[in-house]
Design a protein around this ligand. Structure first.
Ligand SMILES: [Zn+2]
Length: 469
């Protein structure tokens, strides 16, 4: 258990060192010099970067801390994104923020503390201001309140740290990153008709006939229902899997499909059982085409490690039966339900390799302050967790649907997606997108999706250039 009142415990520092290796490069050593100063050195080389340490602030489990901004351009630094860089945790910065002291440099802001605070989701621990699904909403977050949710500020600050590393050790080989897109699809409803009871189907058909006057749907429904016993019917509107895979393959991308493997809430979980022949066939098809199969833990599982483990075991058993072997197993919580660190621990205990839940349902953006995948850390137990976190940047419904931003399927929605993608590209990170297979029925939905997941269509200036080091 954490027994101190600052973020920079021994466990946190060694986790941070791993993170720096992934993000910046090898051979950096962190050392706490005093209560308010930490240094970064290189093994066997002269020179040091000292950073202000703000141990207590970045251990806070609330969103009330101050926030200011830093004008890096005014100090001559090439910023990753335009505009002033938000600096959570402080009222005002001592300027110049970055000073050269002999060959060494001093940075007057706790970049690593901010990184710890954002990545461990320390802010969310024990919170009670939750939404109707028990989720910590974007609107409660410090990032939303201070208007930086749609900026990857951890990546932006680590970009600054890389620039300083380049000044102190000009010959150091920095780790290079390249912009990428990860597409994922939570399989809540793989079929509109295939798994419905006949009573429910009858009701839907009446609706098609009387309310929607859709004779085609009315006539098709029973045939699709009957024809879905072994394989999803090709005419089923939600059976968009082949279209999705073709689209991804054309872009050189891989799609991940996350399946619900349990029922803990009658109305909110899936209608299908993952052992159904049509789902087994789908899982085989996804695997055969080189895409990924993953887990979508059921609605009420997020506080129950045993349930998540049982659902993961169920999926892995089906995969084994079907000859589906993967190097990595991951997924995302249904409804993005997450309690920090309960759900985090549960994913690791279930033997999963990564989770991709951490985005907000009510707003798109950078819940963890980063678009890079990273090793998990439990802020309550104060220890590294054997799990990778792959932050979710946008879910289609968040931007499109009236219950959230309600931007629809037109230009406004496209611009919002593109801005998020461009922000990821500017830090050479990863744009992780969730798009449900059931939201690709109309031409407009498909057109918008196609534009959003296009690798080569980043419209803002400068994204394709690697950042200067
Ligand atoms: Zn879901």
């Amino acid at each position: 258990m954490r027994d101190h009142t600052f973020w920079h415990s021994a466990a946190a520092l060694s986790w941070m060192q791993v993170l720096l290796e992934e993000r910046v490069g090898q051979g950096f050593v962190l050392r706490v010099e005093s209560d308010d100063r930490l240094t970064i050195r290189r093994l066997g080389e002269p020179g040091a970067i000292s950073l202000k340490l703000d141990g207590a602030t970045f251990l806070r489990a609330d969103s009330e801390m101050a926030c200011t901004q830093w004008d890096g351009v005014a100090e001559g630094w090439a910023m990753a994104l335009p505009g002033q860089l938000p600096a959570p945790g402080v009222q005002c910065l001592e300027l110049p923020l970055i000073r050269s002291v002999g060959g060494d440099y001093h940075i007057g802001y706790d970049i690593l503390g901010l990184t710890f605070w954002m990545l461990t989701r320390q802010e969310e621990v024990g919170r009670e201001d939750l939404d109707s699904h028990g989720r910590f909403p974007a609107t409660s977050s410090h990032a939303f309140r201070h208007d930086y949710l749609e900026r990857p500020i951890v990546d932006e600050w680590l970009h600054i740290l890389r620039l300083v590393v380049g000044r102190v050790w000009p010959r150091v080989v920095l780790r290079q990153h390249r912009f990428s897109i990860k597409l994922s699809h939570d399989v809540d409803t793989p079929s509109l008709y295939g798994f419905k009871s006949w009573t429910m189907l009858g009701r839907m058909m009446l609706g098609d006939l009387l309310k929607r006057h859709d004779l085609r749907a009315f006539a098709q429904a029973p045939f699709i229902r009957v024809g879905s016993r072994k394989v999803l019917h090709t005419a089923d509107p939600y059976n968009t899997f082949d279209w999705i895979m073709e689209r991804s393959e054309a872009q050189g991308l891989r799609s991940a499909f996350y399946f619900i493997c349990g029922r803990t809430d009658e109305s909110r979980d899936a209608e299908y059982e993952p052992e159904h022949p049509a789902i087994r066939q789908l899982i085989r098809r996804i695997h055969a085409r080189g895409h990924e199969v993953g887990l979508h833990p059921s609605y009420a599982s997020y506080q129950h490690a045993g349930t998540i483990k049982a659902e993961a075991d169920r999926l892995r058993k089906i995969a084994r039966d079907e000859g589906v072997f993967q190097d990595q197993w991951g997924g995302r919580m249904h409804y993005l339900r997450w309690e920090q660190p309960t759900t985090l621990r549960a994913w690791a205990d279930a033997g999963m390799d990564y989770d991709s839940t951490l985005g907000y349902a009510d707003r798109p953006g950078f819940r963890c302050g980063t678009c890079f995948e990273y090793p998990a850390f439990d802020p309550v137990m104060d220890k590294a967790i054997n799990l990778r976190i792959r932050p979710l940047i946008a879910m289609e419904a968040t931007i499109i649907d009236p219950i959230y931003l309600g931007l629809g399927l037109g230009q406004e929605a496209l611009e919002r997606f593109e801005a998020l993608k461009a922000a990821c590209a500017r830090v050479q990170g990863c744009f992780t997108l969730l798009w449900h297979n059931s939201s690709l029925v109309s031409l407009e939905q498909r057109e918008l999706y196609s534009k959003v997941c296009t690798m080569s269509d980043i419209s803002l200036e400068g994204e394709r250039r690697p950042l200067r080091q």
